[in-house]
Each structure stands twice: as structure tokens, then as C-alpha cells.
Design a protein. Structure first.
Length: 289
């Protein structure tokens, strides 16, 4: 891998914006890939609350060429870009912005990254019932991808934010053929749907810092044959996944989705094929330590 020797006026800058960002592996994975390919670019993480001003800064700084967008900004950031592909506009959230010919273009790599993680785990989605915890930006991308491309039969959406819940439910009902069942995220609703769910997807921050010792699903509710997917990737094994694994269930770590979506992002940032093995190794080494 190449060593970075300098940062100069021609160095392109890429960033992660979100809150929190201190846990993120994105700088490590993207910078390693840039150096491996000897690309004069730098990737940094910014904790951001004022999304509008952050996007204005990206416009103003010529060398600022792209960003990754994480919790809680994946929906709001759509207001401040110039172009969004129809498929991603329909989803209603983006996690990537690139500056091309002076325009900010937003798109989403979360959905394809999640679907690849599920398929790679050998999970058959057709005709299945999915229980999704959370209805924010990541949930939007995954929900649309599973409903449109996965052939699922029913998607149960649970969230504590009624606006997020209602908006995503309406959009999914208008844009997909799957049966959409919304509900407030609480212990009673989780218990009601766990018995019939084939795939459980946690799209909430529960399980990541500072809630590493928390899980929304009581261990007693798991049943044989279920698949549990947690989009939280740091820690590598959340309490939810540990509980599911202890029950003998198939588990999908959030790191798989993270690596997949990062590869898609990097290839758009760099205009080159991603060094996939290197990127995976960097993330797994960081998380394992």
C-alpha cells in the first residue's frame, strides 16, 4: 500500500457528515483505498448538526468533491443537492453526495449494500415477512430495496417517530407491491410480530455507542429459522446478534452492508475499481481490535 507523502492544493477532499461520527470506520477504509491506488485524495469525518451550512461549504470549496452521509442526515440532505436519480428520490434518502461539474448529485448505496449482504448470507427473501425496527434514512433505502427487488410478501415497520413511520409507509405502499404494516416501536408490537417474522432488521442506533449493551428484542422472542440483520457495524457483534447467534439463528453483521456500500461509494468518488479485499481487511482489523 502506498504511503501518503503530502497534502497539497490539488488534493481532493471527501468527508463523512453525521452525528455521532467518532465511531466511524469510513476514514480508515477510504483513505486506505486512496493510498493503495495512489490517488491524491483525503477522507475525513465531521460531526455536523447544521446540514444546510455543511452543503454550502461543499459547494464553496473547489477541492471538496464528495461526502458520505450518515445518521441522522440522510433525509434532510436531499434538500440541498441539485440532482437525485429517480430511484433514490423515490426511496427518499441518500447516503452519498458527489460534486460533478459544479453540481451536487445525491444517491444511495445503502439499499444495494444491504441486499448483497443478505443474498451473500444465503437468505431467500421471496415470499417472506420482514420485521424492520426503525423507519429513518437507512431503513428507507433497505425497505424499498427489499420490497422492490427482494420479492418479500410483507414488511412490518416499527418506529417511535410517527412522521417517519407514516411517510415511509405511504411511500412504500405507493411505490411497491409488498404488504406494508406500520406500528409504533414498543415492546408489545415487537412481541406481536416476532412470532411470524422471517427476517428481523434493526435500523435503529440501539446496539452502537453509547447503547452497546442494549437490544430491542428480548431473547425469548426468537424462534428457529429466523434471520437477524443488524445495520449497526460498530461493535462488530451487537447484543442483538449475540443473542440471535446463541439461539442458533443466521445472523448478518452490519459490517457486510457497510463494506458493500462503501465500495460503491468509493468507486464513484475515485472513478476507479475499489480494492475490495484491502477495504474489507482494514475494516475487519479495526473492528476486531
Amino acid at each position: 500500500m502506498q504511503e501518503r507523502t503530502s497534502i497539497n492544493p490539488k488534493t481532493k477532499v471527501f468527508a463523512l457528515i453525521g452525528n455521532p461520527v467518532s465511531h466511524s470506520m469510513s476514514p480508515a477504509i477510504h483513505n486506505a483505498a486512496f493510498m493503495e491506488l495512489n490517488i491524491d485524495s483525503l477522507y475525513v469525518a465531521f460531526q455536523v448538526e447544521d446540514v444546510k451550512s455543511a452543503m454550502a461549504g461543499m459547494r464553496a470549496l473547489d477541492n471538496f468533491k464528495g461526502m458520505s452521509v450518515t445518521i441522522p442526515h440522510k433525509i434532510e440532505v436531499m434538500q440541498y443537492v441539485d440532482e437525485i436519480p429517480d430511484v433514490d428520490r423515490h426511496i427518499g434518502s441518500i447516503n452519498t453526495v458527489v460534486k460533478e461539474e459544479g453540481k451536487l448529485i445525491g444517491f444511495n448505496t445503502d439499499g444495494p449494500g444491504a441486499l448483497k449482504a443478505i443474498v451473500d448470507a444465503g437468505v431467500e427473501l421471496a415470499g417472506k415477512k420482514v420485521l424492520m425496527l426503525g423507519a429513518g434514512g437507512a431503513a428507507r433505502a433497505i425497505a424499498f430495496t427489499l420490497a422492490k427487488q427482494g420479492g418479500i410478501d410483507e414488511l412490518v415497520l416499527l418506529d417511535i417517530n410517527e412522521d417517519f413511520l407514516n411517510n415511509l409507509t405511504e411511500d412504500l405502499r405507493n411505490g411497491t407491491e409488498a404488504t406494508i404494516t406500520p406500528g409504533m416501536l414498543n415492546p408489545a408490537a415487537i412481541e406481536e410480530h416476532m412470532g411470524s417474522a422471517d427476517l428481523i432488521v434493526n435500523c435503529t442506533p440501539v446496539g452502537m455507542h453509547p447503547k452497546e449493551d442494549a437490544s430491542l428484542v428480548p431473547e425469548a422472542l426468537f424462534r428457529p429459522g429466523q434471520v437477524v440483520f443488524d445495520v449497526v457495524y460498530n461493535p462488530l457483534e451487537t447484543k442483538l446478534l449475540r443473542q440471535a447467534r446463541a439461539k442458533g439463528l443466521t445472523v448478518i453483521q452490519g459490517v457486510e452492508m457497510f463494506i458493500n456500500q462503501a465500495i460503491l461509494q468509493f468507486e464513484r468518488f475515485a472513478g476507479a475499481d475499489a480494492p475490495e479485499e484491502l477495504m474489507r481487511n482494514v475494516v475487519m482489523e479495526k473492528l476486531s481490535s
